[in-house]
Ligand binder design. Structure first.
Ligand SMILES: *[C@@H]1O[C@H](CO)[C@@H](O)[C@H](O)[C@H]1NC(C)=O
Ligand SMILES: *[C@@H]1O[C@H](CO)[C@@H](O)[C@H](O)[C@H]1NC(C)=O
Ligand SMILES: *[C@@H]1O[C@H](CO)[C@@H](O)[C@H](O)[C@H]1NC(C)=O
Ligand SMILES: *[C@@H]1O[C@H](CO)[C@@H](O)[C@H](O)[C@H]1NC(C)=O
Ligand SMILES: *[C@@H]1O[C@H](CO)[C@@H](O)[C@H](O)[C@H]1NC(C)=O
Ligand SMILES: *[C@@H]1O[C@H](CO)[C@@H](O)[C@H](O)[C@H]1NC(C)=O
Ligand SMILES: *[C@@H]1O[C@H](CO)[C@@H](O)[C@H](O)[C@H]1NC(C)=O
Ligand SMILES: *[C@@H]1O[C@H](CO)[C@@H](O)[C@H](O)[C@H]1NC(C)=O
Ligand SMILES: *[C@@H]1O[C@H](CO)[C@@H](O)[C@H](O)[C@H]1NC(C)=O
Length: 599
């Protein structure tokens, strides 16, 4: 399930909550000066949803902690721990007290050994209270909030807990994982907002990014507004009285029993209580796959989540930097440009749909889409841009979101999370330096536009054919993803940038063992791309006499006839005298029925 708000991590709290103006001296819900909470006592929120008391992890015989848990479900689920790094070792002398100077203090040895303290400004006659949303607060005698556990979280985010999305004056905080399943001390992993932009959040392993959420692209509501992000939850973005922006999630069904946490292994999860199962069920978790980890596919590489098993691929126009490593599953060196950019209007931008856009962007302010495009096009050092309208100005006062990249493109993804166009600068044909023509068809484009593009492509290809043949330079003509508006939905089977070399490799150099059959105008081979994608490659005989015109006709006819029951042309390739058509491979049908055009 895709819950966009998940990627709006970083929350914090500034919502005024209701509390009674008269603090009752009920020992179960309020701690006032002079009262002590001993290990056999429990502090309960006034409506009973949460409780705070002393607990010992099941694996520990000696370490005791003070924590908050869901009081109204049978499984004790700790959502906050006071003394994470300072366990109580002598529980018999431990106590939680409200001191005369407004500090909430956990100590052992009759107050001589302080283990933990809620740091507040000095006051007097304050009280500590557990609110029904799970927030432990210290209130002054005037009911001002002096301290709250929601601003000092452990590893869990509860509904209503605000996450800071800006850090103008207040440094944002993170939730920090436990060290182990039974060890609440601070672990390696934390979740919080990017310190450079409020538009994205991270899971960090120590100080190193471990996973990056998608850049926020509009899934936010205006101040105070609600936006359902799933049937269960909605998200609010608002400006706190301190000028910082916050986001917080709420629950549609009113149940408090959904929480979000980062665990000791770095997994970030959302859980929901299932009454009939009397257990927590996982709503979602991330990172989902190894290749989704931050930068796993290297610079200019991206992970493709749209296919069965997500794998690393190079962005269109790029090749693995080290093919040996890439094939061996080492992607860290990423990809490199096949053809260098030439500035001065010779480059063009390729639209990559459904992308999680890269990290390390710059954000020109207050730009319309057109401004954004111009800004990026005119700057030779910019290699890509992306654009979105935010539905709120509550992040930095600007509802436009123009992003530009000037360095390496790192941590790019396709599918699963993030779903927007990335416009990638590529070397384009110029009269002098034409090397390739690349057109990628965006799903949803109409068939007629497609055909026009196709024709245009072929005209170019013919026009420049002679020159290149003379130079002996390889020429590619590539058509990606012809199956655009066939109603197959998200599932695209693109084979962008197929070069002749790749086809040679995929078909084992057109080996006999790969030969599927022979038609009037050429042979058909079975090919394997990227180790798992089966295709049928039709290699038109060189002596067939079929020139560019005939070839164009075939492609056009096939493109026109794209139909569910016919085999699909996925792309084609022209290099010198070689003309290749690449079809989807359908093993269950005979070639006669699947390859309709035996030219
Ligand atoms: C229990 O604690 C011991 C010692 O601290 C540790 O070696 C073991 O892995 C822990 N078991 C679990 C399930 O956490
Ligand atoms: C409050 O009193 C405790 C001991 O009673 C002391 O350790 C702590 O420093 C005091 N806090 C402030 C803010 O003065
Ligand atoms: C402390 O606060 C309580 C409740 O707000 C009030 O009833 C009591 O009089 C206060 N005591 C002092 C000494 O201010
Ligand atoms: C987290 O970082 C540490 C230190 O660099 C490393 O040893 C460990 O493998 C990392 N953990 C994961 C899950 O990547
Ligand atoms: C609870 O779990 C049962 C069994 O897995 C499932 O059928 C049911 O839909 C779940 N209920 C909710 C509210 O998630
Ligand atoms: C590619 O990687 C392999 C294995 O790490 C290394 O031996 C080789 O030198 C690299 N090739 C290049 C061109 O860097
Ligand atoms: C963007 O425009 C808004 C509204 O006009 C303005 O308040 C804001 O200061 C502008 N931001 C920048 C960085 O120019
Ligand atoms: C291009 O963008 C970079 C990075 O934002 C910036 O430093 C540089 O000044 C820009 N160049 C031009 C000509 O605008
Ligand atoms: C952004 O908003 C403008 C004006 O409301 C609209 O024309 C444009 O299509 C929107 N762009 C995107 C990417 O949603």
């Amino acid at each position: 399930m895709h819950l966009p708000f998940l990627h709006l991590v970083i929350i914090v709290l500034l919502i005024p909550w209701p509390f009674s103006s008269v603090l009752l001296c009920a020992p179960v819900s309020v701690l006032v000066p002079g009262m002590r909470l001993a290990p056999d006592k429990t502090l309960t929120s006034d409506q009973g949803s949460f409780a705070l008391d002393f607990f010992t992890p099941s694996n520990s015989t000696e370490n005791t902690y003070v924590g908050i848990w869901f009081n109204d479900i049978p499984l004790r689920t700790i959502v906050w721990v006071a003394n994470r790094d300072n366990p109580i070792t002598d529980a018999s002398s431990a106590m939680l007290t409200m001191t005369g100077n407004s500090s909430l203090m956990l100590s052992e040895n009759n107050g001589h050994h302080i283990l933990w303290m809620a740091n507040t400004i000095t006051g007097s006659n304050s009280s500590a209270k557990l609110l029904n949303n799970g927030n432990l607060v210290v209130l002054s005698s005037d009911s001002d909030m002096l301290w709250q556990s929601f601003e000092n979280p452990s590893d869990t985010i509860l509904a209503g807990m605000p996450m800071q999305a800006t850090h103008k004056t207040h440094p944002p905080w993170r939730i920090i994982s436990w060290k182990g399943p039974e060890d609440p001390s601070k672990g390696r992993f934390s979740v919080g907002n990017d310190l450079d932009t409020p538009l994205q959040s991270f899971i960090w392993n120590g100080s190193v990014p471990y996973f990056r959420a998608a850049v926020r692209n509009g899934y936010v509501s205006s101040n105070g507004g609600l936006q359902a992000v799933s049937p269960l939850m909605y998200l609010t973005i608002y400006m706190g009285t301190n000028g910082e922006t916050y986001s917080t999630f709420g629950l549609s069904d009113g149940s408090s029993r959904i929480f979000y946490k980062v665990d000791y292994s770095g997994k970030t999860t959302i859980w929901r209580w299932n009454t009939s199962l009397t257990d927590w069920t996982l709503i979602t978790s991330w990172p989902a796959y190894r290749c989704n980890l931050y930068g796993y596919c290297g610079a200019y590489g991206y992970y493709d989540n749209t296919q069965g098993i997500p794998t690393c691929k190079c962005l269109a126009g790029f090749d693995p930097s080290n093919k040996t490593e890439w094939v061996g599953g080492i992607f860290s060196h990423g990809c490199r440009r096949k053809e260098e950019l030439q500035c001065g209007g010779q480059d063009n931008f390729l639209t990559l749909p459904a992308m999680k856009v890269p990290d390390k962007f710059v954000r020109p302010w207050n730009k319309s889409y057109d401004d954004c495009k111009v800004e990026c096009s005119k700057n030779c050092s910019s290699v890509a841009y992306a654009y979105a309208n935010l539905s709120t100005t509550y992040i930095d006062g600007d509802a436009t979101r123009c992003l530009m990249w000037t360095g390496e493109l790192i941590d790019v993804g396709k599918g699963a999370i993030g779903n927007e166009n990335l416009y990638l600068r590529l070397a384009a044909l110029s009269r002098k330096g034409q090397k390739s023509i690349v057109i990628k068809v965006i799903p949803g484009i109409s068939a007629s536009v497609l055909l026009i593009l196709l024709l245009a492509c072929l005209v170019w290809s013919c026009k420049f054919k002679g020159k290149h043949d003379k130079k002996g330079r390889p020429k590619r003509l590539i058509m990606g993803d012809l199956r655009s508006s066939d109603g197959l939905g998200e599932e695209t089977h693109e084979l962008p940038f197929i070069s002749f070399e790749e086809i040679v490799a995929a078909t084992n150099n057109f080996s006999m063992s790969n030969l599927l059959g022979e038609g009037g105008f050429g042979k058909v081979y079975k090919g394997l791309f990227h180790g798992n994608k089966e295709v049928a490659v039709k290699r038109l005989s060189r002596g067939s006499g079929q020139g560019a015109i005939e070839f164009r006709n075939e492609v056009v006819v096939i493109a026109k006839l794209q139909h569910k029951n016919l085999v699909r042309l996925v792309c084609y390739c022209v290099q010198g005298d070689e003309k290749l058509l690449i079809y989807e491979y359908l093993p269950n049908r005979s070639l006669d029925t699947t390859l309709p055009f035996q030219f």
